[in-house]
Design a binder for this molecule. Sequence first.
Ligand SMILES: Nc1ncnc2c1ncn2[C@@H]1O[C@H](COP(=O)(O)OP(=O)(O)OP(=O)(O)O)[C@@H](O)[C@H]1O
Length: 672
Amino acid sequence: MQTAVGASAPVSLAFYNATSWHQLTVSVFDYYNAIYRRTAGAGSFMRLVNNPMPKTSREEAFADSIKSIIIGIIIMIPFTFIPSTFVSWVVKERECKARHLQNVSGLKFSVYWLSNFMFDMASFTVTVILTLIVFAIFSRSEYIGSSSIGATIVLFLFYGLSGVGFSYAISFFFNEHSTAQNVVMLANFITGFLLVLVVFILSVNDSTENASKYLAFIFRVIPSYCLGDGIINLALHELQQSVSSASSAWDLDVVGWDIIDMAIEFPILLAVTFFIDHPGRRMKTQKMLHDANKANPENLDGEDIDVRRERESVADATANGRENDLVLVRNLRKQYPNGKVAVRNLSFGVHPGEVFGFLGTNGAGKTTAISILCQEFFPTSGHASIAGFDIVDNATEALRCIGYCPQFDALLDLLTVQEHLELYAGVRGIEPKDRHQVVVNLAALCELTTYMTTQAKQLSGGNKRKLSVALSLIGGPRVVFLDEPSAGMDPVARRGLWTAISNIAGNCSVVLTTHHLEEVEALAHRVAIMVDGSLHCIGTKLHLKQKYGSGFEMDVRLQGRPRGRGANGSNDVEANELERQATEFLRFLSTELPSATINERRGNRFNIALPQNTLLSVTFRLLESHKERLRITDYSVSQTSIEQVFLRISMEAELSSVSPQHHDASLTPQAM
Ligand SMILES: Nc1ncnc2c1ncn2[C@@H]1O[C@H](COP(=O)(O)OP(=O)(O)OP(=O)(O)O)[C@@H](O)[C@H]1O
């Protein structure tokens, strides 16, 4: 500060730093303080006090609303995630085929959706109550004040209803529950959080306010947007009230439109869900795609005589005395949307009380055929009936006669063995008073008694299969389809399962698909073998053994290593030695057992067919006396097994697919 003496009066100049808000005031104060001190004496001074004015109620409401908006944003995020849990469970049940199993057990689709809806709404209500308690703890009057609590609760309630409906309706677009969960979570986050923020920011600016209204109108078709919009509007509502006396929390511009939109969407979304999932509607659509009478003539040339006879026999079941067959399949064909024909011209019947071994190589079409018979999907063409009910025309009646153990366990991870059995007993319509006994008996039959309280996810693979088998037997179905029931079971458990299957077979027919051929040997009355979608043979075990086997099979293994050498001999030397031993062994066969033919050779192992009239004692004596010279490490002679029939058919099919002229060519020692 500087004071200069001018012409008429002294002039004071004050310099201050303009970047500091209060510097001018302080500089003026310093000037007056200097004058005062000069006048009143050196010890005198003035004190300057700066005190802001208290905030107006409008200013306070504004600050509070900003806080409320931030709280609203924090609430919106977890609420946008909730529908993903609804969709995930529905898709998971379909993915693990538990839904199909429930359908097969007779669960009505309306009961399925109603029970899902009740569970989802109950869990959602718990979430809402907890949220309201948090609001109360933090005294958030914009949500739980006397004028807004009703609107908040109704907003949440309709979000729950429409969110559940929305999740059910879009669940049909997904095949994997993890994808469904992630996609729905992301989509809801974008619509219920990001879009709400975008529209809110646009609404603040005068030039974009109209655009924000149009966008909000469009986005309200999505429930999570409605919830986010409602929460933000409730947060701003208190500010609006301080600006204008109008507006209640129920106003259209607060939560009104959001609630109305969700109230309209809820029944529409439920109707869409029911329409897509309605068994009658699905059946009609499938029937339109299904041409029952379109018999496919391909692959009939060179058909096995037994397969042709079976086809002719079931074609006119009544005339041929097959009207009592519990399963009748006629010219069944299934072509997947990708063009793959998985089942072609399949015809067979299953007699009452019969265990029907339904075999085939991997990818032969067994699971597809069983899935059609259990109505997982319809055939492209052809007919099939279960206990006289056509699977297309009398689908519901046909399902009532079926018990189904799918290839992969359709179990619910968190339910125990007992809960599973009780659930399906209930679905099957077993009286509550009888249910406990049925559960106990089935658990005992399938050796599950010690695991009654174990959750499905904690069961071993073999015990899961036992539970799947037990579920297929509930309610005493007339036909039980077992798709690889013993996969993963130890030999002891497998024998237990065999006992169970032979016990139930007295009261129903069993269609058994398995890769354990000793199971078929032990249980099946008749056997059919599929290769590449069609049947290659059918008949009783004895008939097939006689037809495809020579009578006896001899398995021989040669040592394959040079004499006196350990395992470290070079590969070339070992290969030469093995070939030398093999030549010697073949020479022995052609001289000593000239009627023997080689079925299969794998390295140093030979499978040889011996004719029916072979004298086993002579064969054993020959092998014993030449064992040392021919360097045979082990051998066995047995009757032709179903496994050998299976191998023979698979090999023939493999050869004929590589070069058709190999079809039916027998493998002789010379051919080897
Ligand atoms: N959904 C599908 N879409 C297209 N092709 C399919 C589908 N399901 C199965 N397939 C094909 O249909 C053929 C028959 O499959 P399927 O599962 O019925 O055979 P499988 O005899 O049961 O085999 P496995 O013994 O290995 O279980 C296979 O070639 C398979 O790749």
